[in-house]
Design a protein around this ligand. Structure first.
Ligand code: GLY
Length: 357
């Protein structure tokens, strides 16, 4: 008869001894229940974000310098962008679904506890990243969606508000009016409209922000209004742990922006972290993951152009425990934000293909 595997057995194994010795030195967010992952490596704090994340990296670094927990630091950083009515890809002012309703996705992950929380298709709440943290710290779940996520947010005192700004409503209305010449919406009589709408069609804008503190502890957040004019209920990669965000406190952190469907199908952020575990630099880990995604995309003819290349964009951001960072995109031209403790700046990322004119 098989004997149950006991705590003593666990500690006798290499894994057990290693894990036990890792328990010291990290701040847990889950109180007494927390077993902290990974010994820390001393270094300086670094914060990395997508190209729309300069205010987020500035805020997060400021808080890290004051000794804040890295997860609280990155959430406070992205809250600035969630609150910004002019960023049409995140939070308040984000572009709505095809029915004109804003639905937000967000996830957080905290390295020392190897814990994560996420919300998807959340309506009427401006800061889904804060709700995602509460899913992590105040429930036994990893992901709440739709109506249940909204009820949970309200139970924690979040106020419901209309997230559609005049700007995002007018963009949606123009899109709706130009859909068909066979419905009862009359298309705007201007040649410029198609041009005006271009940046918003197939737009997957999002903010990802990842950080390491001086002790080598990692945390991250990804938050978005998702694909503009999506089907109601569509969920992208941002709230999917392993796709839009992943952290292993022994290795590093990764997150993404861009076409979520391609990322979900390839567990992109998990793959970036695993490549870093194998010794690749953060930039090369992003590039290798993108190559794999491009390869699998080729199985879907509707997603490739005449040259056999993807018709969409996807970007990864990566940071390892030592504070080394990098980013890569399918197409050239993308920048990402880095605060390395000295300077807060946008840097050109690596890429697979030169963007076509
Ligand atoms: N990456 C954001 C989305 O696909 O919704």
């Amino acid at each position: 008869m098989k004997r149950a595997f006991t705590r003593r057995d666990f500690l006798r194994t290499g894994v057990g001894v290693g894990a036990a010795s890792m328990l010291a030195g990290s701040e847990g967010l889950l109180g007494g229940q927390s077993k902290k992952a990974a010994a820390s490596s001393a270094g300086k704090p670094v914060v990395v974000a997508s190209g729309n994340g300069i205010p987020a990296t500035a805020k997060a670094m400021d808080l890290l310098r004051q000794g804040a927990n890295p997860l609280d630091a990155v959430i406070a950083g992205v809250n600035i962008v969630e609150d910004d009515p002019d960023d049409t890809s995140v939070g308040y002012g984000g572009l709505p679904n095809e029915d004109g309703v804003v639905e937000l996705d967000a996830s957080v992950m905290y390295g020392p506890d190897h814990a994560a929380g996420a919300v998807a298709a959340l309506r009427n709440i401006k800061n889904p990243s804060q709700v995602a943290k509460l899913v992590m710290t105040r429930t036994d779940h990893a992901l709440l969606v739709g109506e249940g996520a909204l009820r949970f947010a309200k139970a924690h005192g979040f106020a419901e508000e209309n997230l559609l700004t005049d700007k995002s409503r007018e963009i949606w209305l123009k899109w709706k009016e130009t859909l068909s010449d066979r419905d009862n919406w009359i298309a705007p009589q201007s040649d410029k409209v198609a041009e005006e709408l271009k940046p918003y069609i197939a737009s997957y804008g999002t903010i990802n922000c990842i950080a390491v503190n001086a002790k080598g502890d990692l945390a991250g957040v990804t938050t978005t209004s998702g694909l503009a004019f999506k089907l109601a209920g569509r969920v992208g990669d941002s709230p999917i742990i392993g796709a839009g965000l992943y952290i292993d406190n022994e290795v590093g952190a990764a997150g993404s922006t861009g076409r979520g469907e391609a990322n979900i199908l390839n567990c992109g952020s998990f793959s970036v972290v695993e490549f870093m575990r194998q010794g690749l630099s953060p930039e090369n880990a992003c590039l290798e993951t993108l190559k794999r995604i491009v390869k699998t995309t080729a199985y879907q003819p509707r997603l490739i152009d005449a040259d056999g290349l993807p018709t969409f964009g996807l970007n990864f951001y990566a940071l390892n425990k030592k504070g080394e960072y990098g980013s890569a995109s399918i197409w050239s031209g993308a920048k990402y934000a880095v605060h390395d403790g000295t300077k807060n700046r946008l840097i050109e990322g690596a890429y697979l293909y030169e963007r076509k004119k």
